[in-house]
Design a protein around this ligand. Sequence first.
Ligand code: IMP
Ligand code: MG
Length: 186
Amino acid sequence: MSTLTTSEVLRRTGGKSIKAVAYDAETIARRVEELGADITAAYPDGDLLVLGLLKGSFIFLGDLVRHIARPLQVDFLVASSYGADMVSSGNVRLLYDPETDLSGKHIVLVEDIIDTGKTLQRLMAVLAGREPKSIAICALLDKKLAPEPPPELRFVGFNAPPAFLVGYGLDHAENYRHLPFIAALE
Ligand code: IMP
Ligand code: MG
């Protein structure tokens, strides 16, 4: 998709202005294709389950799996987020558990953005108990605010600026997920 004009952006946001486009659609597409190739190369054999953390990963996961050139399965899990708040509370609840059996499979957990890393820390503990063959994290964006990066963090799209970002799946109070680019919010 070519770069949107200001009026096309405002049409999509309902007239609310966004501060700056951090990653345009072409930049995202190129990087997601590379991540797909990296994941293909990293798993020469074994069963692969790509597990998307909803809702934020829905667009990223859809694009990513189409660039993974090997057999795989897709499932999702839902953890509670921090709603309209722009600050992570560190409280994570599993609202939907994947139906697929994880045991003996390579798991790639797909996340939109890592902020403090608390969401993933909690989820990894839950998933590790299901005896997968391996677990890796694939995050489109990493704010690098986690005190220590999780050792499973293998695939990262971009090191994100310390701003609140929306679009390409990322929301603020459930808005802006549909934007084809990623932008910083006012
Ligand atoms: P963490 O547990 O602090 O790492 O927070 C990660 C989760 O918070 C992500 O899955 C996002 O849903 C949300 N989040 C963190 N930063 C942002 C942001 O800049 N924009 C939108 N959502 C964010
Ligand atoms: Mg979220």
